[in-house]
Design a protein around this ligand. Structure first.
Ligand code: PXL
Length: 285
């Protein structure tokens, strides 16, 4: 058995409505990755359409994690940040990147900020600017079109998208710092939805699509990014990892749509884990 890979995951815990750490942890664990986590906030549910959520910001607690982990001399194969609870957390995560980045590991920033052209309830314009600074340090970023627009300080554009618009966006996002950019929520026509990836080194652009299902299912950005990271850490190239993540996410949406579950409650990713593990070659038998 090879030595297990280990990541540091910096996201919130939303008690209800599957997203952030409640999907990051099971997906990466299924992919054979050891996950160490720094919770950025604890909520009774995510903030997307579920009213009256309880919210505890953990900004004051995060530096203690970094301090002890540094004393333990922990090594990580990837540093993976997502939803942040306050503007101050951007500097803390930036410090964590400086502390644990090595020549052999990489940083993935999912700049979780908003969807459909609007910021999530707890995300301020100041945080959006700070998130762009954090992306400077990333090797790979995974925005949706809303987040891409906020990172570049420009207006959100509704789909359908064109290849010219997307490929220009990819290059400009990569110019912010990250060598690789993956954008989610790509669609050219009503029947297909997917993602696109770009590597600055090769200038390679690759798309992955599956059947589009109507509705806006919560937590799918976190699921996609976690599945993408799972593929990469298991040795896949970016193109194959995007395809793996797109297929996994599409399966989650399909199952949830068939079950007619409330889209705010999150998707059924659990039933897709066995196949996912098989695709990654994780299962022992
Ligand atoms: O899935 C993104 C996300 C993560 N965490 C919290 C959220 C959201 C989106 O609404 O509210 C707390």
């Amino acid at each position: 058995m090879n030595k297990q890979k280990r990541i540091a995951a910096i996201h919130d815990i939303s008690g209800f409505g599957k997203c952030s750490l409640t999907v990051v942890l099971p997906i990466l664990s299924a992919a054979g990755i050891e996950v160490s986590m720094i919770p950025t906030a604890v909520l009774s549910s995510h903030t997307g359409g579920l009213p009256n959520y309880a919210y505890r910001d953990l900004t004051a607690d995060m530096s203690g994690f970094v301090k002890q982990w540094k004393e333990l001399d922990l090594q990580f194969d990837a540093l993976y940040s997502g939803y942040l609870g306050s503007y101050e957390q951007i500097a803390i995560v930036s410090d964590l990147f400086d502390t644990f980045k090595t020549e052999d590991n990489f940083i993935i920033v999912d700049p979780v900020m908003g969807d459909n052209g609007v910021l999530y309830k707890t995300v301020t314009a100041e945080m959006a600017e700070g998130m762009a600074q954090l992306c400077l340090k990333a090797d790979l970023i995974v925005p949706n079109f809303t987040e891409a627009a906020f990172l570049l300080g420009e207006k959100f554009r509704e789909g359908p998208y064109t290849r010219d618009y997307i490929e220009d966006l990819l290059r400009r996002l990569s110019a912010l710092g990250p060598k690789q950019v993956v954008i989610t929520g790509v669609w050219f026509s009503a029947d297909l939805l997917g993602a696109v990836g770009y590597s600055r080194e090769t200038e390679n652009v690759s798309y992955a699509f599956s059947q589009k299902i109507k509705g806006r299912y919560h937590g799918t950005g976190d699921i996609f990014a976690s599945a993408l990271l799972s593929g990469i850490l298991n040795g896949m190239g970016l193109d194959n990892a995007i395809q793996l993540a797109a297929d996994f996410t599409a399966g989650c949406i399909r199952r949830t749509s068939e079950a007619k579950t409330d889209a705010r409650f999150g998707v059924n990713f659990e039933a897709g884990l066995t196949r996912f593990m098989r695709q990654l070659g994780i299962t022992e038998e």
